[in-house]
Design a protein around this ligand. Structure first.
Ligand code: 8X3
Length: 262
């Protein structure tokens, strides 16, 4: 698919879910992978598997995107051969809780906004100047159907994804006149640890989210991400909004053949 062979792809939140699936999808294209996440052990085992899957080289970066100073210094300190980033996949993100705004834990808000909005910005700020200088590159942000339509209990998570969409659109305008591309890939329900994280390890509650419905898989999203990156250099896919066949939008699902809300 396109010529991604030998391209350096930087993926945040790469240790699991969509991030890990995206790393494998780029590995199969013969990319060089710079994988970042908070958990070192996960990254180390993933690195070996990615090489087996076809990655030309893999470099791991233990990184919490919420740490502004560390993000800047870690990217600045990358070995020379990893400094030329061709594709940045801003995937790190999470949700916490489904509480009503007037009852929610403020720490949950901080974590979502710090990761999904500020973290994405910190990484973007550190990586994009090099792309502009080289007049080459592609930023692919992970948005969500949640950024397009808010659902009950999701106000702050949805707000963080609406912010991602605004940043994506603003960045594309800021980069007009350069050859740097900007894309947001906005999936609906994807079966990952997303709900387990949202419900802080309550697996029964998390499983209910995917009950009687066929969600997207991380691989579905990963393939779409790689497809956007593999378009010819003059083609910028601005946005891909994608759901499984059992989801119409943020609010409407087909569960057990009965159309209903979340
Ligand atoms: C994840 C989609 O609807 O579960 O971004 O919030 S949803």
């Amino acid at each position: 698919m396109g010529n991604l062979n030998g391209k350096t792809v930087f993926i945040t939140g790469a240790s699991a879910g969509i991030g890990a699936a995206t790393a494998f999808a780029f590995a199969r294209e013969g990319a060089r992978l710079l994988i970042a996440a908070r958990r070192h052990e996960k990254l180390a085992s993933l690195a070996a598997e990615l090489k087996e899957a076809g990655a030309i080289a893999v470099h791991t970066l233990v990184l919490d995107v919420r740490e502004r100073a560390t993000v800047a210094s870690a990217i600045e300190a990358l070995p020379t051969e990893w400094k030329t980033i061709d594709v940045l996949v801003n995937n790190a993100g999470l949700s916490r809780g489904v509480d009503k705004v007037y009852e929610a834990k403020i720490d949950d808000w901080e974590e979502m906004i710090d990761t999904n909005v500020k973290g994405l910005l910190y990484v973007t700020r550190a990586v994009v100047p090099g792309m502009v200088e080289r007049n080459s590159g592609h930023i692919i942000n992970l948005g969500s159907t949640a950024g397009e339509q808010t659902y009950p209990g999701g106000a702050v998570y949805c707000a963080s994804k609406a912010a991602e969409r605004a940043i994506n659109d603003g960045l594309r305008q800021d980069l007009l006149g350069t050859a740097v591309r900007v894309t947001t890939v906005d999936p609906g329900m994807v079966e990952t640890d997303f709900s387990l994280t949202r419900f802080r390890g309550d697996s029964e509650r998390a499983a209910k989210v995917y009950q009687d419905v066929t969600p997207l898989t991380p691989e579905d999203v990963a393939e779409t991400i790689v497809w956007t990156a593999a378009r010819p250099a003059h083609v910028n896919i601005a946005r891909v909004l994608m759901t499984s066949i059992d989801q119409a939008n943020s609010l409407l699902f087909n569960r057990k053949q009965q159309v209903g809300t979340r």
